[in-house]
Ligand binder design. Structure first.
Ligand code: SF4
Length: 441
């Protein structure tokens, strides 16, 4: 009989000033679990973020334990803390799991590394001799930092593939194919599956100057529509009610992808009783350029409830400089299509960045007013630079940041306060204004 190896997979806590669960799951780590599920392994899983108070549409607020901010963030007048399950709960879970052969930890946002570090520290206290591999977006973007700071034995960069098998073999674990690959939602990791993120594609055909998509995914690939529909049906069967599309470019190549997908969805919905009909959300922002009248109507018919689109700035010159993914007229037109299809202000939101390099606050106010004139919600997003991007290089070259800056300083809350050049009062005035506008009918 083949030997079976116990693998422990962990999604760490978030350490930050603010965090809300908008249908998130550690998709990269779950892809690793799916990949490993066809080998001679027994998978154990701890998601430190699988705890939140449900608000609307199965979204929710994570429990927060206030913690002293790291010394480098001392001047920031916000409450820092750890989001997710308690340490006590984490230790209880890890001690209940049979001795693993290897521990795999994921790191997502670079500035959440204190959560990764703490998880690794606790793992090492419980299983000092078990090799620990850290993978995910954070070590892919900042491998040297992850190597020096986290205490992980091995750093895995990039997407999951046979490279992982080679790394495991180098530490004495030779995996062999044992069965068919299973989707993460069939692996028994989550007791309650009220929501699920969906990724119908990998990567993005654009290369915006501030975005890491092109670093994480060299190519843009869309999954077969039939496969995505099957996944949605299976998830509905196990009780999922809310789906969040996390694609970077969901509407790209619309005739071959999103339109057949929505039409297929429409057929599935016709077979479901109304109480089991799912709701759909696009928290990652859609490309307004590709949203036409047919898509808007299909989205309405298939139960989209939260539609977000990215504008980022209203300044056409800056729109061109950062990558040209959308221009004002395209946004205006797409909002008109959505409204014509029946969507209301509270269902449509547009992301607008503040603190972009060289951006004055007046430009942000102009953007707010432009979106208000369209009669949809405004979602402000603080700019923060990501290692490896064009913006990062430009900010390093100009001496605004150092190449080896502590990622904690690139936290979106922190970066905008320290580097945008706007005063705290001005930012507060802007945020309060937007909050009030969004609340009004
Ligand atoms: S379009 Fe969006 S996902 Fe694509 S590169 Fe630009 S910001 Fe990133």
């Amino acid at each position: 009989m083949k030997q079976r190896y116990n693998f422990l997979l962990i999604n760490p806590w978030i350490y930050d000033f603010a965090a809300v669960n908008m249908w998130a799951r550690p998709m990269g780590l779950l892809k690793v679990a799916e990949f490993l599920s066809s080998y001679n392994v027994t998978l154990y899983f701890i998601d430190c973020l699988d705890s939140f108070r449900i608000k609307r549409f199965n979204m929710g607020k994570y429990p927060k334990e206030p913690l002293p901010a790291p010394p480098i963030l001392k001047g920031i007048k916000r409450r820092y803390g750890r989001y997710g399950i308690s340490e006590h709960e984490f230790l209880k879970k890890i001690k209940e799991i049979p001795s693993p052969y290897v521990v795999l930890v994921t790191g997502i946002m670079t500035y959440w590394y204190p959560g990764v570090k703490r998880v690794i520290q606790l793992c090492k206290e419980v299983h000092p001799d078990v090799p620990l591999i850290l993978g995910g977006i954070y070590p892919t973007l900042m491998s040297t930092h992850a190597e020096v700071e986290t205490g992980a034995d091995f750093i895995y960069t990039g997407r999951v593939d046979t490279k992982l098998l080679a790394m495991l073999e180098s530490i004495g674990i030779k995996l062999e194919k044992a069965t068919e690959k299973r989707p993460y939602y069939r692996l028994g990791f989550y007791k309650r599956m009220g929501y699920a993120p969906l990724l119908t594609s990998e990567g993005c055909p654009f290369r915006c100057s501030y975005c890491a998509s092109g670093i994480l995914w060299r190519e843009f690939r869309q999954r077969p529509v039939e496969e995505v529909l099957r996944e949605i049906e299976e998830l509905v069967e196990i009780g999922v009610r809310d789906f969040a599309f996390y694609d970077d470019a969901l509407l790209y190549r619309r005739e071959e992808h999103i339109k057949p997908l929505l039409k297929g969805l429409r057929k599935i919905l016709q077979r479901l009783p109304s109480h089991r009909r799912p709701r759909f959300h696009t928290p990652n922002g859609l490309h307004a350029r590709y949203l036409d009248s047919e898509i808007a109507h299909l989205m309405r018919e298939t139960g989209f409830k939260t539609i977000r689109m990215g504008l980022e700035t209203v300044n056409p010159e800056r729109q061109r400089i950062i990558g040209g993914k959308v221009y004002n007229e395209e946004l205006r037109q797409s909002v008109a299509y959505l409204k014509e299809a029946g969507f209301k202000k509270e269902e449509i939101g547009v992301y607008l960045m503040y603190g972009l390099p060289g951006q004055h606050l007046e430009e942000v106010w102009e953007g707010v007013k432009f979106i208000m004139r369209l009669g949809v919600r405004v979602y402000l997003a603080e700019y923060s630079p990501i290692p490896g991007t064009e913006d990062w290089r430009m900010l390093v070259d100009k001496g605004v940041i150092k190449e080896d800056i502590d990622p904690l300083l690139t936290n979106n809350t922190v970066f905008s306060l320290l580097f945008s050049g706007y005063s705290e009062e001005d930012i507060k005035r802007l945020k309060d204004f937007v909050l009030e506008y969004n609340r009004a009918d």
